[in-house]
Design a protein around this ligand. Structure first.
Ligand code: R5P
Length: 313
C-alpha cells in the first residue's frame, strides 16, 4: 500500500499515515506561472495499491483539479489500484436539478473522478446518500458518527446526557439525526428551515418540545453558519437549556467564525475532514475532533479486502 497526499489536507493525511504506520509517498505539486498545476510522484508506484488523500474543499476547483491530475499521474505510472480518499466531497450540494437549466454538479464531479482513472472512492458523510450511486466504481461512504458519539460521552455530564435532544437543522438531515439519537436512546426535534435564496436560511418552525433540554444540532456541513446559528437562537427562544452542534464538514466560509462567536451556541464540534485556517483554530467556540483513525482503519480494511461496514456495527 502507498499513501499519497495532495495539498488540501496534509495534517489529516499525516494522521492517517501515522495510524497505518505507512509513510506518505513523496510528491511534488507546483504551479506554472499562470497557476496551472504541475504534479510529479517522486517514487515508483508501479503495481501498487494507492490511497490518494485529497478533500475537494475550498478552493474547490483547485483541489479537485489537483486530485484529477494526481490520479492521471498515477494511472500513467502504472499504479495497480487507485482509491481516491475524499474526506470532504465538494460540489455535493448540487445533487439534483433544482430548476430548469441547472446542473447536477455532484454527478459531474463523480464522472470526472472515474474518468481520470480512480478505481474506488472512500469518502465521509456525503451530503446525500444517493451521491454514492453517482459513481460507477465502488464507493465507501464513512460516517463521522462514532467519533462524535465518543466525544459526546466524554464531554457531557450524566445529567446533561439524560436530557439530550438531537436536533436536525432541516428535514433533509432527519435520518442522520435519528441515527445518532438512537445511540443515546434520545429524542429528536426537527427544524423546519427554508432557503429564500442560496446561502441564506430561515427558521420557520421547530417540530418537538425543546424546553429544558440539552440540545445537540447534528449536520453534515456548516458553511456560512447561518443554519446552525439561527437554529440555536430559535431553540434558546423556546427554552432549550444549552445548544451545541456536531458537524462533520467545517466548510466555514466567511463570516461563519464571527457568527458562531456571537451566537447562542455553547460549542461547535467539527471533524478534520477539511484543513482549517488559524482563525478557526483560534475560535474558542469551535473544536476539532479527528477522523484520521476512522479513515485509516477504513483504508486498512479496503487494502486487506475486509468489511468496511463492520466499522459501524
Ligand atoms: C444543507 O442542506 C446542509 O446540510 C447544511 O445545513 C448547509 O450546507 C449549511 O449551510 P450554512 O452554514 O451556510 O447555513
Amino acid at each position: 500500500m502507498k499513501l499519497i497526499s495532495g495539498t488540501a489536507n496534509e495534517p489529516l493525511a499525516r494522521g492517517i499515515a501515522e495510524f497505518l504506520d505507512v509513510p506518505l509517498t513523496s510528491v511534488e505539486i507546483e504551479r506554472f506561472r499562470d497557476q496551472e498545476i504541475f504534479a510529479k510522484i517522486n517514487e515508483n508506484v508501479r503495481g501498487e495499491d494507492i490511497f490518494l488523500i485529497q478533500p475537494t474543499s475550498a478552493p474547490a476547483n483547485d483541489h479537485l483539479m489537483e486530485l484529477l491530475i494526481l490520479i492521471d499521474a498515477l494511472v500513467r505510472a502504472s499504479a495497480q489500484r487507485i482509491t481516491a480518499v475524499i474526506p470532504y466531497y465538494g460540489y455535493a450540494r448540487q445533487d439534483r436539478k433544482t430548476g430548469g437549466r441547472t446542473p447536477i454538479s455532484a454527478k459531474l464531479v463523480a464522472n470526472l473522478i472515474s474518468k481520470a482513472g480512480a478505481h474506488r472512492v472512500l469518502t465521509a458523510d456525503l451530503h446525500a446518500g444517493q451521491i454514492q450511486g453517482f459513481f460507477d466504481i465502488p464507493t465507501d461512504n464513512l460516517f463521522g458518527q462514532p467519533v462524535f458519539v465518543t466525544d459526546i460521552k466524554e464531554r457531557f455530564s450524566k445529567k446533561e446526557r439524560d436530557s439530550l435532544l438531537f436536533v436536525s437543522p432541516d428535514t433533509g438531515g432527519v435520518v442522520r439525526t435519528r441515527s445518532i439519537a438512537k445511540k443515546f436512546g434520545a429524542d429528536i426535534a426537527i427544524i423546519d428551515k427554508r432557503r429564500p435564496k442560496a446561502g441564506e436560511s430561515e427558521v420557520m418552525n421547530i417540530i418537538g418540545d425543546v424546553a429544558g433540554r440539552t440540545c445537540i444540532l447534528y449536520d453534515d456541513i456548516i458553511d456560512s453558519g447561518g443554519t446552525i446559528c439561527k437554529a440555536a437562537k430559535a431553540l434558546k427562544d423556546q427554552g432549550a437549556n444549552s445548544v451545541s452542534a456536531y458537524i462533520t464538514h467545517g466548510v466555514l466560509s466567511d463570516p461563519a467564525v464571527e457568527s458562531i462567536t456571537k451566537s447562542e451556541l455553547t460549542e461547535v464540534v467539527i471533524s478534520d475532514s477539511i484543513a482549517q485556517p488559524q482563525k478557526v483554530k483560534d475560535c474558542d467556540k469551535i473544536r476539532e475532533v479527528s477522523i484520521s483513525t476512522l479513515m485509516g482503519e477504513a483504508i486498512r480494511r479496503i487494502a486487506n479486502d475486509e468489511s468496511v461496514s463492520k466499522l459501524f456495527g
